[in-house]
Design a binder for this molecule. Structure first.
Ligand SMILES: Nc1ncnc2c1ncn2[C@@H]1O[C@H](COP(=O)(O)OP(=O)(O)OP(=O)(O)O)[C@@H](O)[C@H]1O
Length: 256
């Protein structure tokens, strides 16, 4: 579904991502781990289009439909089915849960969010369909009963689920989750883990950045490890746990 070839991106002469190559299969759940500053979020932004690579290529799509996307805008990539939930992403505080999700659906409409917000005539016909999709997305993440509550009064765990619903409403084929579990309490983490598992069962291709090893071991088919911008290891969670380069990266070179 995703193929990244020799991608690099530097800031001020310092590589955030350096010569990274990896492929993610359709239906796979891929965890991306690595110490702080390893380049994980930068990699996600290179996939979503919020950053462009200095060199290298990003290709996307199921077999037979694969195409290069590394020069496309984030909006164009969203319309191809790539959705990202940013780390610490904010919700629109003055809106209900349902309205927040409907914003996500506009990412894939022809006219976009601005036209929706202005309620232009050409847009009105799509409104009912988007509303139905948004309610379905809320249902999928267990938030149907919260649809008409203000988004900013939801507990943090449900805010995260709402962000996932917003991304799902755009009908992604590749979902990028940047540290979705950070700051959540145990019960909230469990609910999020179950949500990611259910998406996996539905066959959605997902990449997630996560620090918690138990969370990764439970959810990921494969794990990619970044360190100082480089892709230093890839394997199943079990293989990664035994990988010397990974232990060295995490423990600062103290492993013999
Ligand atoms: N927009 C930017 N401008 C300048 N430097 C940046 C920018 N984005 C990232 N960097 C730098 O690139 C490196 C990688 O950052 P990135 O956020 O991708 O790492 P990360 O693995 O996601 O870290 P964390 O786990 O702390 O979120 C860091 O040294 C960071 O300071």
């Amino acid at each position: 579904m995703l193929q990244i070839d020799s991608v690099s991106r530097a800031f001020g002469g310092v590589y955030a991502v350096r010569d990274v190559s990896l492929t993610v299969a359709e239906g796979e759940t891929r965890a991306v781990i690595g110490p702080n500053g390893a380049g994980k979020s930068t990699l996600f932004n290179l996939i979503s289009g919020h950053l462009l690579p200095d060199s290298g290529t990003v290709s996307y799509g199921p077999a037979g439909e694969r195409r290069r996307i590394d020069r496309l805008t984030p909006h164009a990539r969203a319309r191809l089915g790539i959705a990202i939930v940013f780390q610490g992403a904010r919700l629109f505080g003055g809106m209900t849960a349902l309205e927040n999700v409907m914003v996500g659906a506009h990412a894939r409409t022809r006219h976009g969010f601005l036209s929706a917000a202005l309620r232009l005539p050409r847009h009105r016909g799509e409104e009912a369909r988007i509303r139905a999709d948004a309610l379905a997305a809320l249902d999928r993440v267990g938030l149907r009963d919260w649809a008409h509550r203000a988004a900013d009064v939801l507990p943090l765990g449900q805010q995260r689920s709402l962000q996932v619903a917003r991304a799902l409403c755009a009908r992604p084929r590749l979902l990028l989750l940047d540290e979705p579990a950070s700051g959540l309490r145990a019960a909230e983490r469990e609910a999020l883990a179950q949500l990611v598992e259910s998406l996996r069962e539905e066959g959605l291709t997902t990449m997630l950045i996560e620090h918690d090893v138990a969370f990764v071991a439970r959810l990921a088919d494969r794990v990619s490890v970044l360190d100082l911008g480089r892709h230093i290891a890839e394997g199943t969670p079990d293989e990664i746990r035994r990988d010397d380069a990974v232990l060295t990266a995490y423990l600062g070179g103290t492993v013999s």
